[in-house]
Design a protein around this ligand. Structure first.
Ligand SMILES: [Zn+2]
Length: 307
């Protein structure tokens, strides 16, 4: 079962928060697979609901926590929080695929990015985060969007129907594409906007966590990364993230928020996911070993406490 833990650590290394989910378990004398929860074959969401109390809100990129979870539940399925490093288009079986093909035919829609077969007969197309929450695309039956506050199961999780979630196009084979405009238009609430303003901080915004000084540093370094020119992007990612992780070590910022914010920003300027994960891991190690805190005389926290 180490494949599940290895996969969890790989997702976390890419900045994707992971949490453990129940798994399909054979029941003596029963042909179908039950759920690993107490309800067994009577479970109404077999092998799809979380093992931890707060579900996807407990999702983490911290390796030590993932090792604890998968040592306690070695067969646990992998739940990933969407809306941080990626959003997913959830296509539920042939009916969903037919609806999607119709849209693709009408709008010259191409879906060139990472793709998962779910093990239950559906597909997940992965995209860069849109900032949108979970919602069905208007007019597309049997198709759903998983964004902020959402989750998907990921390879190599097992489906209660017996199949495995598996990559048809892996994260190393294709970069995360932006959501195509034709699809985006079906997701936006009212107006057909296809872009949104860049957020200064990560997925925590607008109620960004962390010390005000830490948030200022994070915003400045993300802005510097956004200005990096081709040929300098990976080095700039390393330099800017290193600076910010030093303030994580100093207790001013949350590590997961910083990782998520830099992952999103780095993918947005065109860096490749595996490269981003490697560079961030290196910057994190170096930064966490060199803590910094608010410079003397510059501590605004007393004024802003409770603000
Ligand atoms: Zn269950």
């Amino acid at each position: 079962m180490s494949g599940l833990l290895d996969a969890a650590l790989d997702y976390a290394g890419r900045g994707i928060p992971v949490y453990p989910v129940h798994w399909p378990r054979p029941t003596p004398g029963v042909a179908i697979l039950g759920c690993s929860c107490r309800r067994g074959t009577a479970c109404d969401r077999p092998a799809k609901h979380p093992l931890v109390r707060h579900g996807l809100h407990d999702a983490t990129t911290k390796p030590a926590q993932l090792e604890r979870w998968w040592s306690r539940w070695p067969a646990a399925n992998l739940g990933l929080a969407t809306g941080v490093v990626f959003d997913a288009l959830d296509v539920d079986g042939p009916a969903g695929l037919a609806a999607l093909r119709k849209l693709a035919g009408a709008a010259s829609l191409r879906l060139p990015g990472p793709l998962v077969a779910t093990g239950g007969g559906g597909w997940h197309y992965w995209f860069r985060p849109t900032g949108l929450g979970n919602r069905p695309p208007r007019g597309l039956d049997h198709v759903d969007w998983r964004g902020r506050g959402g989750c998907v199961l990921a390879p190599p999780s097992r489906h209660a129907r017996g199949g495995h979630y598996r990559w048809l196009v892996s994260l190393d084979q294709a970069p995360l594409p932006g959501a195509p405009a034709a699809l985006r238009a079906l997701l936006d609430p009212d107006q057909p906007t296809t872009t949104r303003p860049a957020r200064p901080a990560g997925p925590g915004a607008p109620a960004a966590p962390g010390h005000p000084y830490g948030r200022t540093v994070l915003a400045a370094e993300l802005a510097a990364l956004g200005r990096a020119t081709p040929g300098h992007r990976n080095r700039t990612l390393n330099q800017t993230a290193f600076k910010v992780y030093r303030y994580v070590a100093g207790g001013l910022l949350d590590e997961e928020d910083v990782t998520a914010a830099f992952s999103e920003a780095a993918l947005a300027i065109g860096l490749e996911a595996a490269e981003v994960a490697r560079t961030l891991a290196s910057a994190r190690t170096a930064g966490l070993a060199n803590p910094r805190t608010v410079p003397a005389g510059l501590d605004p926290s007393s004024q802003e406490a409770g603000a």
